[in-house]
Design a protein around this ligand. Sequence first.
Ligand code: ATP
Ligand code: MG
Length: 653
Amino acid sequence: MVVSSATIDSLLKEGEQYVPPKEFTARALVKDDSLYRDADKDFEKFWAGQAEGLHWIRKWDKVLDWQEPFAKWFPGGKLNVSENCLDRHLTDGRRNKAAIVWEGEPGDKKVFTYHQLWREVNKFANVLKALGVKRGDRVTIYMPMIPELPIAMLACSRIGAIHSVIFGGFSSKAVHDRVLDAESSVVVTADYGYRRGGLVALKKAVDEGIADLSIVKHVVVYKRASGDCAMKEGRDAWWDDLMAKADDWYPPEPMDATDPLFILYTSGTTGKPKGIVHSTGGYLVGVASTHKLIFDIHEDDFYWCTADIGWVTGHSYIVYGPLANGATSFMYEGSPDFPKQDRWWKLVEEYGITIMYTAPTAIRACMRWGDEWPQGHDLSSLRLLGTVGEPINPEAWRWYYRTIGGSRCPVVDTWWQTETGMILITPLPGISTLKPGSAVLPFPGVSAEVVDETGAVAGVNKGGYLVITKPWPAMLMTIFKDPERYKATYWSQIKGKYFTGDGCRMDGDGFFWLMGRIDDVINLSGHRVGTMEVESALVSHSQVAEAAVVGKPDPLKGQVLVAYVVLKSGNHRSPELVGELKKHVRAEIGPIAVPETIYITDKLPKTRSGKIMRRVIRALVSGQEIGDTTTLEDPGAVEEVRKWLAAVEGKAP
Ligand code: ATP
Ligand code: MG
């Protein structure tokens, strides 16, 4: 990517602040800022201290071997991830503690204690071994959100195989491309998954995806539903049949800290899917320490991350972080509005969830559905809330804080990426003052800056590019089979610094305000404006639930803004409302940010991870060709967006 823009102007300023409640701080794991100071003094020593919390088969020789841009964390060290997540909890008092508590969309329930999960993982490790999987081989996993998904992942880690999990909502094409790139000889799947009351035919998508791939020798199928499921003789086998014969002990393979643990292909909303490779030792140190300190994990917490394990959030903060910490991790299979829009709040109430981690897109959806859904449930067990995935609009933050958190739970807005493996910019809930819309500060031991295109640090409140200035333990090792692309994508823009691709500004207190992707920053009469800031201003209007804003070329002005707005339930489109929204943006940000056109629509086109497809909307309204549709999981999505645009624009605002 060529970075050519001038400094980004940041127009949105939020003044509000929330200090942590005293009772929260009193019990918090981090009560003062000494961690930041210690880590500042010597970041390698800080990370070594965090690594001490894991079980090492052999201690590392060195904390960090940095041959820019390739980092080796804890070289010489040996450990096994499944042993850290399971075996050691069998003797530390957690043997009979719930590790994974699960509810399926139809309402079926399962609990795995640490001992039970350990047994299943050992058995599946033997299953994989019997199918010929060796250390370093790649295993593709394409499953619904059921406990067998983490069991398969942990079994891979036990034998030293590298897993590649594909989000269960992706198409057979995605399965094809990823199995091929990873060269997997074994695919683990399920017949079906439940979604919104319907069945998703996963095994069928595998059959289509691998039809022409002779590298795949075995497909293991977990039976989740009662529908038909074609099985190919000699290739396919049922999970239960294989597990019934498997021994329940497999000695954990001693892995090098620098061996890869998994590959995760990024969702590809910005480019051709990349196989992001994560390490064993550094990754586990990074996710265990961030999970523990950011979510303030206590022994009795009931922690729920609502992400799908198909995303990095699920890898790091449903599976590896929580289990390494001996926490109880809740998993829910289905969608938040099935059978009704209060399903999540029902789960929080029934299970007594104490910590909830979700995405702004989900928060805005709940906001749109109305307060009556959460208000019909007792949410008083919650003590901490988190968000990830996109910048959170201050309005959505406040709604989450008040309506879900009862104004008593800190909200940790955590910034990170598939590539970073772990949260990098975040509050620490016991000590951080919160400003809605800001991800606050780099985690201790992490160093970030906002710079301009020359690499010079941008001034206070000046927008720029977010870069990470020192290696961090869970950083990606490389892009699978493509180290040149790794260098070019992340290490060629700003010398010696990791280029995140996100716009950001730092305020006078050193707080980081993420502004969305750099591609979503546009030039308006000489000002650089993040479209996310205009969206935020729109969402702060009392009738607006969600907004997407893109730039469109204009013969006179160069660029103008076009906004697509979804209203909260019970509100209706009218020319007056459009006028009012324009006035509102003018008052919130200023005249240059007022969209030329505002369309009111029922929904916005989103990627499978719930992010608004701004790139596709922008390309279509600008009359550009969408260069590379293989970059989208579902090339049909472009057609969908085209239809959506025609329908929206056909209606008078
Ligand atoms: P791809 O890189 O494949 O196009 P993606 O970037 O959406 O997809 P992820 O790695 O899941 O895939 O998302 C990381 C991005 O999400 C960040 O670069 C940032 O743009 C956004 N993001 C995540 N968390 C936050 C946050 N707390 N605040 C602002 N933005 C965030
Ligand atoms: Mg990305």
